[in-house]
Design a protein around this ligand. Structure first.
Ligand SMILES: [Zn+2]
Ligand SMILES: [Zn+2]
Length: 341
């Protein structure tokens, strides 16, 4: 029997370990992907630490997967063929039958969204099995290693921006210049928004401008709400940080009908004065990633607009070290596993 390398979490809270496993066979509605690269996302730690419902171990994490369809299972739509370059992100499958799905609210599927690398084994491996419904086509112009982070960090920021209610020439704030934020600034600029990058300290100011920000706001030295208000108010703020007070500090900088889009996952509360919300009909809205067609749109847009993730690369067998690097907060900006041995 042929085997492959996989990096798994063997038990709740356990370390990442490299193992040999049989190469899996795709069942009905599924394909096998030869993985070329897989990004490491902060949510992978939630898989290790059991912070997602219904986790079973051992589990191979990884939901920023890019590879090639290597084998097509039975009952797969004809558009998916062997040799196609594809990506798989967080949201791999929903039932399509429950009331939220019937309203196209797939993120709220009552059966439970099947999450890549959490509900089933993900991309920290040479091969993985994915539902065909969860696939996104990868444009020829994007390399696997460069594109991997676009499947979650890219998709989440791109999709939040195109649903944030702002229109070209409006001011949009990107709070946090890290794994998500450095992509958010690029997408927002390419979509035609005036972009205010908001981060602590001065170090990221030159990079923020290089990525396309028109303004830089140092949230340590100034009051970010006041600074946004001086610029006319932001129609939307894309909050990529997980710090509740940092998000709350921007709310007063929203224009009338402006929205704070919350992307950073944390249990920490965001305190807002009701007066600040109701006086200008400001809103706070949560945003999750998106479905496979949203991922495909992200890849297409990234390709023709020239949006690029800044990545550090590690071979698959050094996944544990790569995860630590991501957690250190020092990586510039996304950490990606590559599968060439
Ligand atoms: Zn993710
Ligand atoms: Zn459903």
């Amino acid at each position: 029997m042929s085997t492959m390398r996989a990096v798994q979490v063997a038990r709740l809270g356990g370390p990442l370990e490299l193992v040999e496993r049989p190469i899996p066979e795709p069942g009905p509605g599924h394909v096998r992907i030869k993985v070329h690269a897989c990004g490491i996302c902060h949510s992978d730690v939630m898989v290790r630490d059991g912070h997602l419902p219904g986790l079973q171990y051992p589990r191979v994490p990884g939901h920023e997967v890019i590879g090639v369809i290597d084998k097509v299972g039975p009952d797969v739509a004809a558009r998916w063929t062997e040799g196609m370059r594809v990506g798989v992100g967080w949201h791999a499958w929903h039932c399509g039958e429950c009331d939220p799905c019937r309203r196209s609210q797939f993120f709220a599927c009552e059966t439970g969204v099947q999450v890549t690398g959490a509900s089933f084994d993900g991309g920290y491996a040479d091969y993985m099995i994915a539902p065909a419904r969860g696939l996104a086509r990868l444009p020829e112009t994007l390399s696997a290693r460069e594109a991997a982070p676009l499947m979650c960090a890219g998709l989440t920021t791109f999709n939040a921006l195109r649903h944030c209610g702002a229109r070209p020439s409006d001011l949009v704030g990107i709070l946090g210049i890290g794994g998500l934020g450095h992509l958010g600034v690029q997408y927002a600029a390419k979509m035609g928004f005036r972009v205010a990058a908001i981060a602590r300290g001065q170090d990221k100011e030159p990079l923020a401008h290089e990525l396309g920000a028109s303004y830089y706001i140092d949230s340590q030295a100034t009051d970010p709400a006041e600074e946004l208000a001086k610029l006319g108010g932001a129609q939307a703020i894309i909050a990529t940080v997980t710090n509740g007070p940092a998000m709350a500090a921007t709310i007063g900088g929203l224009a009338p009908l402006g929205r704070l889009m919350v992307l950073g996952a944390s249990a920490e509360p965001i305190e807002a004065s009701s007066l600040a919300l109701l006086s200008a009909r400001r809103a706070i809205e949560g945003w999750y990633s998106g479905t496979s067609i949203d991922a495909e749109d992200t890849l297409t847009f990234s390709s023709y607009a020239g949006v690029q993730s800044m990545n550090e690369y590690y071979p698959l067998e050094r996944a544990d070290e790569a995860l630590d690097r991501m957690l250190s907060g020092k990586a510039r900006f996304r950490v990606v596993l590559t599968m060439e041995s």
